[in-house]
Design a protein around this ligand. Structure first.
Ligand SMILES: Nc1ncnc2c1ncn2[C@@H]1O[C@H](COP(=O)(O)OP(=O)(O)OP(=O)(O)O)[C@@H](O)[C@H]1O
Ligand SMILES: [Mg+2]
Length: 165
């Protein structure tokens, strides 16, 4: 590898057959998450991004209901680690998000989950786990394709894969 090139992006896939499997994957992510974990969720309407986020919240021992923060853009939930839940769906442009303090350095103390992360392309933290949720042929089928940016997020993804398999 050229010394100046960025580290290779590693990836893999998990498959889900129903909402409970997606929740369990989220729980495993939440349990294994570290301070500074960033989960960038991508996928069409109804793909399961919020269901995955609810699982992450469970795994982080967040008390209470975690819903998509569609109108307020970001919710904060105390837990084993603080969860910052962002939904970029209604964002006009990424600079607006940065201006609004949606992505903030203090999030390194907790776990940031971003729905519609593709709307923040170019502004996302460099170290992150991207998870693309793709609906399959059957009603409950989803493929979750992950790509890790940075070694700690790759370790996280591999640990979750081990738990889920
Ligand atoms: N395998 C699965 N994983 C997740 N959700 C599933 C699955 N199978 C069916 N579903 C259903 O799909 C829907 C997913 O809704 P969810 O709110 O999580 O989607 P979303 O990606 O957050 O959409 P939006 O972009 O509108 O916020 C739920 O109604 C859930 O019950
Ligand atoms: Mg959602």
């Amino acid at each position: 590898m050229h010394p100046n090139s960025t580290a290779a992006i590693r990836g893999g896939e998990w498959s889900s057959t129903d909402v409970e499997v997606t929740r369990a994957l989220g729980r495993a992510l939440g349990r294994a998450a570290n301070p500074g974990t960033v989960l960038a969720l991508i996928g069409p309407l109804g793909a399961g991004k919020t269901q995955l986020a609810k699982g992450v919240a469970d795994g982080l021992e967040v008390i209470g209901v975690v819903n998509s923060p569609t109108f307020i853009l970001m919710n904060e939930h105390p837990g084993r680690l603080r969860m910052y839940h962002i939904d970029a769906y209604r964002l006009g442009d990424p600079e607006e998000a940065v201006a609004a303090g949606l992505l903030d350095e203090r999030q390194v103390d907790g776990v940031t989950v971003i729905e519609w992360a593709d709307r923040l392309t170019g502004w996302l933290p460099p170290e992150r786990l991207e998870i693309e949720l793709m609906p399959g042929a059957g009603e409950g089928e989803r493929t979750l394709r992950w790509s890790a940016h940075g070694a700690s997020h790759e370790r996280l993804a591999r640990r979750v894969g081990d738990l889920a398999s």
